[in-house]
Design a protein around this ligand. Structure first.
Ligand code: BG6
Length: 484
């Protein structure tokens, strides 16, 4: 692991939506608290024919929207930024970059590719040809790393020609989220849960990433990918890994990623006769969110399409710890509310001594809410107060931990603040390794291929509902129900 902080950051795709909406504001978040390396110089590259002052004006408009920033850190950040108009297909453009890097390089360089992934390999080749890579450089790659296993291998081979695996930082911004890291803290900072964290005590697990937004002007990209490639292959499977993995020996890159990959390799393929009973694809139709009418996906895209905007899965991890426990995964756009949550339902008591409470008896549950607010809740059975002349009555009561209130004085950091700082400092623990990306694609490809071969098309669901009715059957057939 390289430990020298980078003092030069080169962002490709700097006029794009991600850079403007997320990356620059996150850099500002770090600037506000003086967390950026003192001498950090930032080269923003894109095709647009702008000069540095026009780009700084453009960035300043975005940065005005950042809540905690006043003029001084905004100015400091803008002063670090230099803009370079680059045609990615043109060697002469890279000659300009070579000059700029030569002027500012005084230690490590972090390249951040926020362009279409089809450019990644050629950018890396050009960087290599231009002599811009040395063993201390690092490169951050945005998702999607491919559209399937074959294309992800091409991207990984292409970037791997120029950079060694230890220099490559593949971003899954969910790993930068505070709530996601708290999942690790909850599991491995407490001794309470570990003895219960297995098939012996857990009846079912649900991982939900629900969004209220539709495709928001990204129809071109989204329609090519769909929920399975856009969300399940990366964010949901990463959440699954952190939920199900064995305790790593250290919180460091190799130890954490070695445990995550074991989970991915233990995922039972979903296909053949299991396909229909273990997977559901949906596509939203017109409906209402928060009382406001919204159009259907087809209207947003402008043509009939088979792309899924909802996926529900019943997954199994075939290892000792989780044998037989269903992991229900669900993600969708235009759901009734925004919610990222991991739900553990524990097994019922083996024998009840409260016959009068039969109807109220519920299994214990642990609910880890990651978004929109972070909370942890443990549902327990309690005695309902009373004299119990007809037998003891029970009620379900939640032991609630509101992390927002508990850490009221701490500013919530955006995912990219954490990820930038880690990448600048050379800590790849919260980035995704090549084998994880490819193993995840292999599993996801199997399901998508199965859908195509079986002619399975997404089922409609009205915007503002929890997906198609077949998603309900996915759980209820097995005596479980989705948490809503
Ligand atoms: C992105 C997906 O990776 O994650 C988007 O491409 C999705 O489609 C987004 O909306 C969700 O991220 P967050 O941080 O808003 O939960």
């Amino acid at each position: 692991m390289t430990t020298q902080p980078a003092n030069l950051l080169v962002i490709f795709g700097a006029t794009g939506d991600l850079a403007q909406r997320m990356l620059l504001p996150s850099l500002l978040g770090l600037e506000v608290d003086e967390l950026l390396p003192e001498k950090l110089h930032i080269v923003c590259c894109a095709r647009s024919d702008l000069d540095t002052s026009a780009f700084r004006n453009m960035a300043a408009k975005q940065l005005q929207r950042v809540e905690h920033a006043d003029d001084v850190p905004v100015r400091r950040l803008l002063d670090r930024i230099e803009y370079l108009s680059i045609d990615l297909s043109d060697a002469a453009s890279f000659a300009k970059l070579t000059k700029v890097v030569g002027r500012h390089k005084n230690g490590n360089v972090l390249y951040h590719l926020s362009t279409a992934p089809s450019w990644y390999a050629s950018i890396c080749d050009r960087l290599a040809e231009s002599g811009l890579i040395d063993p201390d450089c690092r490169i951050m790659l945005e998702k999607p790393i491919g559209h399937d296993l074959t294309s992800s291998r091409e991207i990984n081979d292409g970037t791997g020609r120029a950079f060694s695996e230890s220099q490559i930082y593949r971003v899954d911004h969910y790993l930068g989220k505070e709530g996601v890291q708290n999942l690790l803290a909850l599991r491995f900072g407490n001794s309470l849960f570990e003895p219960l964290w297995s098939a012996q005590h857990v009846e079912q697990v649900q991982i939900t990433v629900a969004e209220t937004v539709g495709v928001e002007g990204r129809a071109g990209y989204y329609d090519e990918y769909g929920a399975m490639r856009d969300m399940v292959q990366n964010h949901l499977l990463q959440l699954l890994c952190l939920t199900a993995m064995e305790p790593p020996s250290h919180f460091e890159p190799a130890a954490v990623r070695n445990e995550k990959i074991k989970v991915l390799r233990s995922l039972r393929p979903i296909g053949g006769p299991d396909l229909a009973g273990h997977s559901v694809a949906g596509q939203y139709t017109a409906g209402a969110i928060d009382g406001k009418a919204v159009p259907g996906y087809v209207e947003e895209v402008g043509e009939k399409t088979r792309t899924e905007t909802f996926v529900g899965l019943r997954a199994h991890i075939d290892n000792w710890r989780w044998s037989g426990v269903p992991f229900y995964l669900r993600t969708g756009k235009r759901m009734p509310r925004r919610m990222t949550e991991i739900y553990f339902q524990f097994r019922s008591v083996p024998h009840s001594i409260f016959p009068a409470a039969e109807a109220q008896m519920q299994p214990n549950a642990l609910i880890i809410r990651l978004q929109p607010e972070e909370s942890i809740s443990l549902s327990l059975m309690n005695k309902t107060p009373g004299l119990d002349r007809d037998g003891v009555k029970l009620s379900q009561v939640a032991l609630d931990l509101n992390l927002h209130d508990a850490f009221e004085d701490k500013r919530r950091r955006s995912a990219y603040e954490r990820l930038y700082l880690d990448a600048l400092e050379g800590n790849s623990t919260l980035f995704v390794r090549r084998d994880e990306v490819e193993t995840a694609w292999e599993w996801v490809d199997g399901i998508i291929d199965g859908w195509h071969k079986a002619g399975i098309e997404p089922k409609g669901y009205p915007a503002g509902t929890w997906g198609p009715s077949s998603a309900v059957a996915l759980t209820e057939r097995h005596g479980h129900s989705w948490r809503e």
